[in-house]
Design a protein around this ligand. Structure first.
Ligand SMILES: Nc1ncnc2c1ncn2[C@@H]1O[C@H](COP(=O)(O)OP(=O)(O)OP(=O)(O)O)[C@@H](O)[C@H]1O
Length: 237
């Protein structure tokens, strides 16, 4: 199983319950949108999925690997793009890629080969020699996605990756990552923006730490996902 499975996951920050018995599973090669308003618990879930901190309850499996029992194996199958960009702006795109590859123990000609292939996959091959500072926001994000794919993960996690991007760039990036899922990558895309969700996506709606809906986006949203989402989360006018 190369997908993602979360079972009965809870997490509290002091007295604040950020996640309350959350379960979800994403089949291999699916794009799953994790949709929730501010404070829903999306980043807390990402922190647990990526091993930044642990929960005493629940279970996480990445591509069949149990996160608690085999964290190295689970993390090796995961690519992550965090909400806050982590780029060295003074290095070229390729140098940023090679630096990251080295952190994964990939060096020399193999690192170069993988960096070039990943940049090509994200339509960034011709920008490899540019200093990262010269890239626009969309291209910086693409570079981070390419970087997250260099070690060949089967699951890609992205935490609100379009923050700060304009509408056209957001759409292009969202479409591009849908394309990666079409190629077989399992994608978990956290967002609070309904226009990033396609009708054929798997959709999990998270609110106040609980799963409110889980299924096909087109079925959950009906004629208007935005309206439905606002109703569900009690934010409708
Ligand atoms: N490090 C922390 N310490 C204390 N409380 C926290 C911490 N991180 C998150 N919380 C709280 O947990 C709840 C869930 O927050 P979280 O950041 O996971 O939600 P989110 O869906 O990612 O929100 P946003 O879209 O605003 O990033 C919120 O009430 C938040 O205030």
């Amino acid at each position: 199983m190369s997908g993602l499975k979360v079972t009965g996951l809870s997490h509290a920050w002091g007295a604040k319950k950020a996640l309350d018995d959350v379960s979800l599973s994403v089949e291999p090669g699916r794009f799953c949108a994790l949709l929730g308003p501010n404070g829903a618990g999306k980043s807390t879930l990402f922190g647990l999925l990526t091993g930044l901190f642990a929960s005493r309850t629940g279970r996480i499996e990445i591509a069949g690997q149990d996160m608690a029992r085999h964290p190295r194996a689970a993390l090796a199958r995961m690519g992550v793009v965090f909400q806050q960009p982590t780029i060295d702006l003074d290095l070229t795109v390729r140098r940023n890629m090679l630096y990251f590859a080295a952190l994964h123990g990939i060096t020399g000609a193999e690192a170069g080969r993988r960096a070039d292939a990943a940049l090509d996959r994200l339509g960034m091959a011709e920008r490899a020699g540019e200093v990262a500072r010269a890239l626009n926001g969309g291209h910086r994000r693409r570079m981070e996605i390419a970087r997250a794919l260099m070690h060949g993960p089967s699951v890609l996690l992205l935490d609100e990756p379009t923050v700060g991007l304009d509408a056209g760039t957001r759409r292009a990036l969202t479409d591009h990552v849908h394309g990666l899922a079409d190629e077989g990558l399992t994608v978990l895309w956290a967002t609070h923006l309904t226009d990033e969700v396609h009708p054929g996506d798997r959709l999990v709606v998270l609110h106040r730490g609980r799963v409110l809906a889980d299924g096909l986006a087109g079925e959950i949203g009906g004629a208007d996902l935005t309206e439905r989402f606002l109703e569900m989360t009690g934010a409708a006018a």
